[in-house]
Design a binder for this molecule. Structure first.
Ligand code: PMV
Length: 320
């Protein structure tokens, strides 16, 4: 019986992915750049079962919701196609990210699943091909395969993968405001943004430019520029989403209070920059030496967790 266990960490985009050019192949409309975290790992075990009739999924010790099981089954179908196998699999996943709260639980989830499933089905994939595979599960998972500071290239099926880029040492402080389920998932929200937000074309043009600027700032080790681009790009994404009809708003009053507190920290001389994904939680980019002070300053605004730059996805056990 083939079984493999993999661990992957979430990543937070410095330049966001918001919108697909091809939904079937999960090709993004623009490139994006992220920092992998070293907290909130997902550990996933995939065990092949030649006699089972369907795939199964246990999430955090309990039966997974129907929608999650369906997404995992569709993903495993891709792996089976690549491997030329018909075997069903039992998937057991422990996810320490607050699921669905806009903290990229799908990034660590599908990066761990892609890595464990590829190993269990006997595929010997390069990091590039593994990140292309993870992309089909969830776009942001593409960047959790390499970990570190990574760029995910827009392109065709072959060319759209993530790889590490050189960058200065950085840290993040995650401010969790709500660990509850988000109102509208990123897939539906992206579809609605593309279909109805008048700002979407400008988002695509400006983000394409920002990716280049961010890669230049990373290569130059210019933390200030990285931070400025990060906060600006996050607010542009939220403005674009808020322009959809009916509107979608992920940031709430408590999220905005964190952006304000971060601006105050900067005014007082500490370099910190805020970003947020498809939920109310805010993540603050800092220099490693400032992360403790930033966490202390923001502690009254939510649950704060400090993170360094995290590793890529990896197989931790495989048998059979
Ligand atoms: O691929 P998804 O569904 O996890 O979409 C990710 C969208 C954002 O987290 C908002 C931005 C990003 O680049 O991670």
């Amino acid at each position: 019986m083939m079984t493999a266990t993999a661990v992957a960490h979430p990543n937070i985009a410095l330049v966001k992915y918001w919108g697909k050019a091809d939904a079937q192949l999960a090709l993004p409309a623009t490139g994006s750049v992220s920092m992998g975290l070293d907290v909130f790992p997902t550990t996933t075990t995939v065990t092949l079962d030649g006699s089972a009739e369907t795939d199964s999924l246990v999430l955090n010790g309990g039966a997974a919701p129907e929608g999650a099981l369906l997404r995992v089954q569709q993903f495993l179908d891709l792996v089976r196609d690549l491997a030329g196998s018909a075997d069903r699999a039992a998937v057991v996943s422990e996810n320490t990210v607050p699921t669905g709260a806009g903290l990229a639980s799908s990034a660590s989830g599908f990066a761990a699943l892609a890595t464990a499933a590829a190993a269990a089905y006997g595929l010997d994939l390069s990091e590039r091909d593994l990140s292309r595979l993870a992309r089909r599960g969830s776009g942001s998972a593409t960047r959790s395969i390499p970990g570190g500071v990574a760029v995910w290239h827009a392109g065709d099926d072959q060319g759209s993968y993530a790889e590490r880029v050189p960058a200065p040492p950085m840290a993040m402080v995650v401010v969790t405001i709500s660990a509850g389920e988000k109102a509208i998932g990123s897939r539906e929200a992206m579809r609605r943004t593309i279909a109805t937000s008048p700002f979407y074309p400008a988002w695509v043009t400006s983000t394409t430019e920002t990716v280049g600027e961010m890669l230049d700032a990373c290569a130059a080790g210019d933390f200030t520029r990285i931070g400025e681009l990060t906060e600006s790009n996050a607010l542009r994404m939220h403005a674009t989403i808020e322009g959809a009809f009916p509107p979608i708003r992920y940031l709430n009053a408590r999220s905005v209070a964190v952006f304000d507190a971060v601006a105050e920290l900067r005014a007082a001389g500490t370099e910190a920059y805020a970003t947020a994904d498809a939920g109310p939680n805010v993540v603050v980019l800092t220099k490693p030496e400032d992360r403790g002070a930033v966490a202390t300053a923001l502690a009254g605004l939510g649950d704060v967790i400090e993170s360094g730059t995290g590793p890529g996805a990896r197989v931790v056990r495989s048998e059979g």
